[in-house]
Design a protein around this ligand. Structure first.
Ligand SMILES: Cc1cc2nc3c(=O)[nH]c(=O)nc-3n(C[C@H](O)[C@H](O)[C@H](O)COP(=O)(O)OP(=O)(O)OC[C@H]3O[C@@H](n4cnc5c(N)ncnc54)[C@H](O)[C@@H]3O)c2cc1C
Length: 574
């Protein structure tokens, strides 16, 4: 039997058993009962069976009770019965009993599904594995980088080549970072683990290698790695894919590089969150008003998506925690966004960018447009048109391809990105491929450079995987072409801007703003977040956020050195 039909059937069966006691006790009506069976069946389809994972199964399905409750009891059933939706906190509290019911149902479902899967395995054998060609000669494909592009390339290669290739993925971190939600970690809406997806367990047939690429010998086809206590470890390849991403580019501003926070990695977001809390702690005991204002001024350089989303998230976070600091006055808070052009969000249309600016101003964010950051000193940020007294500066104003690329014998652009042809192969190096933020990809139809976004990186990964398969099977390679599906940006306080390209009418777009756009943003990104468990955790955190204040506990020791000893203070006071 097809494995998805089998899982759906087992899910429905487990749902029936878990929901029956609620129906018998008249705790739910027939509509809720039916919704529960459908949800259970869908859950069954999405969750691959794991042996004796009772605790995991029960916990994962119990947490699914929260989004289920939100979708069915708060939205779907009231709408179907003609009642108004209860969006506010007071309205939602009326549904509290059904929330408990959904969580109990989830826990029962998780247990029942585990029992049903194990009985099915004993009686009918394990699930049918996807068909894969028999190995003849095992081709060694090595993917460098475990970000959006690298992970997607591995998934595609697994699908296309099955067991006929040895796929390895090398990364210096053991998890994919879901960057679109990074601002939510800095703003304390989500936990770091919510947006990092472990590579080892997410990729089924790919061999994960934790290590840092330091060199590649293209003649001998050998990659040199450092990491896990080893130096100079070698890895052979037949095909290699470069997906090493980008780093912050400080445009030669040495003091800014030394003093500003980066906003690229999970550690950056954790540091920023802890530093903001530290600034509040220090401001709370500071008696000098000008020093207090300096502590409570947060400067963000860069008015693109990352800078705007971070400014919105920090502003919300700061407003949310003010109540905990009795000695502070909200008037002393200042979140400032510095941008060198005269309008923010150049990737969005004028109207949406103007909307974002207006909404953020209403929430208290100040803007320094048409101003460049030229220097930073402790406690002082220097702009091309003035000074700002601030203890916090975050840099989101520029990126550059991973610097390790310049050290390798690869053709690069003046920016340092790997030059690739229209099939994403590196010219004159037949088995070397590159994609994502570290490559200079030109769209084969529009002839325009592709932007450094996850949206493009994952499509480029699919093309590279297809072309490697084509080259192994002696078929012609495909040129890369992709049109952006649109752009989304959260501006804070449950507002967002969304611009979606109309299919088959590429010059036209659908534009949304406000709460509806914010819900679209959340819906799209939670659906893109890899893995059911992560989706559930994020939905649960967002639901809980409606009822409880932001957490102000500091999770890392400020001023401590990290394992390399090179990052001096975790709190980078300027
Ligand atoms: C705050 C923020 C928000 C963003 N929001 C969006 C968004 O909403 N939508 C969107 O489409 N894009 C967004 N982006 C851009 C998106 O994250 C990147 O375009 C995308 O991650 C590029 O994918 P990649 O695979 O090329 O590189 P990355 O995802 O950056 O992956 C690079 C990988 O290489 C690893 N690596 C680096 N150096 C080495 C080495 N020497 N050895 C081994 N491994 C190494 C890294 O650890 C990482 O795993 C955002 C970026 C940021 C910073």
């Amino acid at each position: 039997m097809n494995r998805f039909i089998r899982r759906g059937f087992l899910g429905a069966l487990a749902g029936l058993a878990a929901a029956a006691p609620f129906l018998v006790l008249s705790a739910v009506g027939v509509p809720e009962f039916a919704v529960a069976i459908v949800a259970a069946s869908m859950y069954g389809v999405c969750v691959p069976p794991a042996r004796r994972a009772y605790a995991d199964g029960i916990m994962a399905a119990a947490s699914l009770g929260i989004p289920n409750w939100g979708i069915s009891s708060v939205i779907l059933l009231p709408v179907l019965s003609g009642n108004h939706m209860a969006w506010d906190a007071v309205g939602m509290q009326e549904h509290f009993a059904s929330l408990v019911g959904w969580i109990l149902f989830g826990a029962l479902l998780g247990g029942m599904l585990q029992i049903a899967s194990e009985i099915a395995e004993v009686h009918y054998g394990p699930e049918a594995a996807p068909a894969s060609p028999l190995p003849s000669k095992l081709t060694r494909i090595v993917i460098l980088g475990g970000g959006f592009g690298g992970m997607r390339a591995a998934e595609h290669l697994e699908e296309e080549l099955g067991n006929s290739a040895l796929i390895s993925l090398v990364s210096d971190t053991n998890a994919l970072l879901f960057t679109p939600m990074l601002a939510e970690v800095a703003g304390s809406s989500l936990e770091p683990s919510h947006i990092s997806v472990p590579l080892r367990s997410s990729l089924r047939r790919t061999h994960f290698v934790r290590g840092r690429v330091t060199d590649v010998d293209f003649d001998k086809r050998v990659i040199v790695l450092d990491g896990a206590g080893e130096k100079g470890r070698e890895l052979k390849y037949d095909h290699v894919i470069f997906a090493l991403g980008a780093v912050s580019n400080y445009l030669g501003l040495k003091n800014v590089e030394r003093l500003a926070f980066n906003f690229k990695t999970l550690l950056d977001a954790i540091r920023i969150r802890n530093h903001v809390i530290e600034m509040f702690e220090r401001a709370d005991r500071e008696t000098d008003p000008s020093a207090r204002r300096q502590l409570l001024t947060f400067v963000i350089a860069g008015g693109g998506f990352a800078g705007v989303e971070l400014a919105g998230a920090l502003n919300d976070f700061a407003h949310g925690i003010f109540a905990d600091y009795r000695n502070l006055n909200i008037e002393e808070l200042c979140v400032t966004l510095v941008h060198s052009r005269d309008r923010i969000l150049p990737e969005l249309s004028d109207t949406l960018a103007a909307y974002a600016l207006e909404k953020m101003k209403q929430r208290g964010v100040t803007f320094r447009l048409g101003a460049r950051l030229v220097d930073a000193q402790p406690g002082l940020v220097t702009l091309s048109d003035g000074l700002i007294s601030a203890e916090t500066l975050v840099w989101t104003a520029g990126t550059a391809p991973n610097p390790v690329i310049r050290t390798l014998a690869l053709p690069t652009t003046p920016r340092g990105a790997i030059t690739v042809d229209s099939t994403l192969a590196v010219p004159d190096r037949l088995t070397v491929w590159a994609l994502g933020d570290c490559a200079a990809v030109i769209d084969s139809e529009t002839k325009k450079p592709c932007p450094p976004t996850a949206q493009f990186a994952i499509r480029e990964a699919a093309t590279v995987a297809k072309n490697i398969c084509a080259s192994l099977k002696g078929r012609p390679a495909t040129d890369f072409h992709f049109r952006s599906l649109g752009a989304l940006c959260v501006v804070g306080h449950q507002n967002a801007c969304v611009e979606l390209t109309v299919p088959f009418a590429h010059t036209r777009s659908l534009r949304f703003s406000g709460l509806f756009a914010w819900l679209i943003w959340r819906g799209i990104y939670v659906s893109k977040l890899p893995g059911l468990e992560r989706k559930i955790r994020v939905l649960t955190a967002w639901t809980l956020e409606l009822f409880f204040p932001r957490d102000i506990s500091q999770t890392i020791e400020l001023g401590a050195k990290d394992t390399h000893g090179s990052y001096a203070a975790v709190s980078r006071n300027i």
